[in-house]
Design a protein around this ligand. Structure first.
Ligand code: FES
Ligand SMILES: [Fe+2]
Length: 317
């Protein structure tokens, strides 16, 4: 988080007290969920929390979400609870390093405020989500089922997100970095090539013998790539680690020269090599087909490894 950024906010305790006294007849119920997330960094949990696009691919919870606006420290979204005919505005705030607020109102009668706090402990992150459900006592009946719903939702979402957080943790051990290493709501939602690959060792190459139409992992020096071959002896090649944010492309879906990543559903076009067209360069790597071998070099220094992938409608100010 940018240290120069300043934000004023009510501490969780002060907030609780103020909500209780907000109007006469107010009742407030507290709830909490806590989990130790194994093998991850606090920054990756923050990034994952702020990244909206993975929700469609990894969770089945927010199909109807619209992100109205994001700044570095906030996001405002419109969503819907299942197909119920009312709308929910959700306000997310990146309050401080390891601390997020989320506020929403259900049909104008129930206010839900969540405080998400993160703490790095060795290679794990302690994630705590504490919430207040507040309403006039007339709607007290809604508190218990809502509390239960929030707990179950949290447990499911955290489990579904595990693959992303642990995937990034493994990549970091291999020397990968990301342009979202200091995540905020703005950069976490930029659909560019944010993966910074380790430096590729000299003489990196792999053999095309044995390639089939089914994409497979191949090793070239210290990095992995994905390769396949069509009937006309054209070879399709992608980096095995997704250029966007490090997803395992091999677990995605492939259609000829197109790969769809399982983490955010972005599409990546393969480099195509053949005897007639033996050179190609994409996503920061330059390839050359020589006989039955493909030689690979980094085409840009890793820190300048920028290639814009498919963009969605998103306006940045
Ligand atoms: S990591 Fe985002 S699309 Fe692959
Ligand atoms: Fe998630």
């Amino acid at each position: 988080m940018n240290k120069n950024r300043q934000i004023k906010y009510l501490s969780p305790d002060a907030l609780y007290e103020q909500i209780k006294q907000f109007t006469s007849g107010m009742i407030v119920t507290k709830g909490a969920f806590e989990v130790i997330v194994e093998k991850c960094t606090l920054e990756d949990v923050e990034w994952n929390h702020m990244d909206q696009l993975h929700r469609l691919s990894i969770h089945n919870t927010y199909e109807k979400g619209i992100r109205i606006a994001t700044g570095h420290d906030f996001a405002v979204s419109l969503t819907q609870w299942k197909n119920w005919p009312f709308f929910i505005t959700v306000t997310d705030v990146y309050v401080a390093k390891g601390l997020f607020y989320q506020s929403l109102t259900l049909a104008g009668v129930v206010f839900v405020h969540s405080i998400i706090s993160l703490e790095q402990i060795n290679d794990t992150v302690k994630l705590k989500d504490e919430w207040f459900i507040a309403s006039h006592k007339l709607f007290k009946l809604l508190h218990k089922p809502l509390n239960k719903k929030l707990y179950k939702l949290n447990a499911r979402l955290q489990q579904e997100d595990e693959q992303i957080r642990q995937g990034r943790f493994e990549l970091r051990k291999q020397g990968y970095h990301f342009k979202t290493d200091c995540p905020d709501y703005h950069n976490s939602n930029l659909l560019g090539a944010n993966t910074i690959y380790p430096v590729l060792e000299a003489d990196a190459h792999f053999s095309v013998e044995g390639l089939t139409e089914k994409p497979m992992l191949v090793e070239a020096a210290n990095l992995k790539f994905i390769a396949s071959k069509n009937n006309e002896d054209t070879y399709f090649i992608w980096p095995a680690t997704c250029p966007h944010e490090g997803g395992p492309l091999i677990k995605g879906t492939f259609c000829k020269a197109k790969a769809i990543c399982p983490w955010h559903g972005l599409h990546f076009k393969a480099i195509e090599l053949s005897e007639a067209y033996p050179f190609g360069s994409r996503y920061g790597f330059a390839y050359e087909l020589v006989g039955k071998k493909v030689y690979i070099k980094q085409s840009l220094p890793p820190e300048r490894n920028i290639t814009v992938v498919e963009q969605v409608d998103f306006i940045s100010a």
